[in-house]
Design a protein around this ligand. Structure first.
Ligand code: GTP
Length: 345
């Protein structure tokens, strides 16, 4: 898989070769992680064939509605981690979908919710800012809710003044009776004006192709922003760290999951072909460290075993995962620590 370089929040790239483009979207949105610099960042030759469409599509919605699951389904690869714990996604993740006549660049945002700590504020700000920088917005709601709640109305307010076309995606339809879907969709559709309403099951891939068709039609004509073989801007080390965090989210509960940050140091390919991946898991308190390590190290071993399988699938080679747990008190409320862990404003 081709991923971006280390500068995840890299500034807008120079886009030589596209100067005659009627739109220069990157220049309008300096905050969006752009294609990494270097020759690969330029639109591919011939990318501006007549009628070619391109643009950025934001995936927004309350925490846990299935944004990351939908992104992975759209791209056909696992680039965003998923869990049943709300607020899994902490930063913006780009997923690039190349179609014969279009390039759709999806921006997965942290769920919009009422922030409770500094990290929460970062997450909401990222989501809000993204809305102003895209060509289309995909708003996800959950069919099992059956009707909009306060969280959905809060998002409707954020969208109200926005001119960007938006599509309402009613997700998790596999969890309700098929006959109920039209009425549920209609109740959510009352929250705003939508170019289209799509019931989907992101988990099972139902309705996703139709959604892509609609989104493609909403994008303006424009060049390819990223090379055709690039699926995400996430550096590989970042995805690996996220795959470790995903297993922690699965295996722990209560306060531990959200107190965790994972950092990967220098990844090394050994002469025997095994990739050595040293990773540190940061938590906020000694008690959380004890839980993560578990009795006789059993929990950490299990986290490592499951994460290793995911990382091996990502890299396509055998890895040696060296996991460490360290305490960094109250890191979620410290600006310096947030920057170290890659949360940039
Ligand atoms: N049954 C069912 N579950 C789904 C579907 N889509 C997502 N889920 C589940 O919903 C949970 C949350 O999914 P995520 O994709 O992590 O949600 P998110 O919106 O990215 O969450 P945040 O990162 O917290 O904002 C996971 O347990 C998913 O497996 C679906 O179509 N059907």
């Amino acid at each position: 898989m081709t991923t971006g370089g280390p500068g995840q929040e890299s500034p807008a790239p120079g886009r030589a070769g596209a100067a005659e483009s009627p739109r220069e979207p990157h220049e309008r949105r300096p905050d969006l992680p752009g294609a990494p610099g270097g020759p690969g960042a330029h639109p591919a030759p011939g990318a501006r064939a007549q009628g070619f469409r391109s643009g950025f599509v934001a995936l927004i919605g309350r925490p846990n509605v299935g944004k990351s699951t939908l992104l992975n389904q759209l791209i056909g690869r696992k680039i965003a981690i998923m869990s049943d714990k709300p607020q899994t996604t902490r930063t913006r993740i780009l997923g690039v979908l190349n179609r014969p006549g279009a390039q759709l660049v999806f921006v997965d945002t942290p769920g919009i919710h009422k922030p409770q700590h500094l990290l929460g504020e970062h997450m909401v700000q990222i989501a809000r800012r993204t809305l102003q920088e895209v060509e289309a917005v995909c708003w996800l709601v959950e069919a099992p809710d059956r009707e909009p709640g306060p969280g959905d109305r809060f998002i409707a307010e954020q969208l109200a003044g926005l001119k960007t076309p938006r599509v309402l995606v009613v997700n998790k339809i596999d969890q309700v009776a098929p006959g109920e879907v039209p009425a549920i969709a209609a109740r959510f559709a009352e929250l705003g004006t939508f170019a289209a309403v799509h019931p989907v099951s992101a988990l099972h891939g139902v309705g996703v192709a139709e959604l892509v068709g609609t989104l493609e039609g909403l994008l303006p004509e424009g060049p390819r922003f990223f090379p055709e073989d690039m699926v995400t801007d996430q550096p590989e080390a970042q995805i690996m760290a996220e795959l470790i965090r995903e297993q922690i989210l699965h295996l722990t509960r209560e306060e531990v999951p959200h107190a965790v940050a994972v950092q990967i140091e220098k990844v090394e390919r050994r002469p025997n072909g095994v990739v050595y991946v040293p990773a540190t898991i940061y938590v906020e308190r000694e008690g959380q460290k004890r839980i993560l390590i578990g009795e006789q190290g059993r929990m950490l071993k299990e986290i490592g075993r499951l994460a290793r399988l995911e990382i091996e699938a990502l890299l396509g080679s055998r890895i040696y995962l060296d996991l460490w747990v360290k305490v960094k008190p109250d890191w979620r409320n410290k600006q310096g620590a947030l920057s170290n862990f890659g949360f940039h404003q």
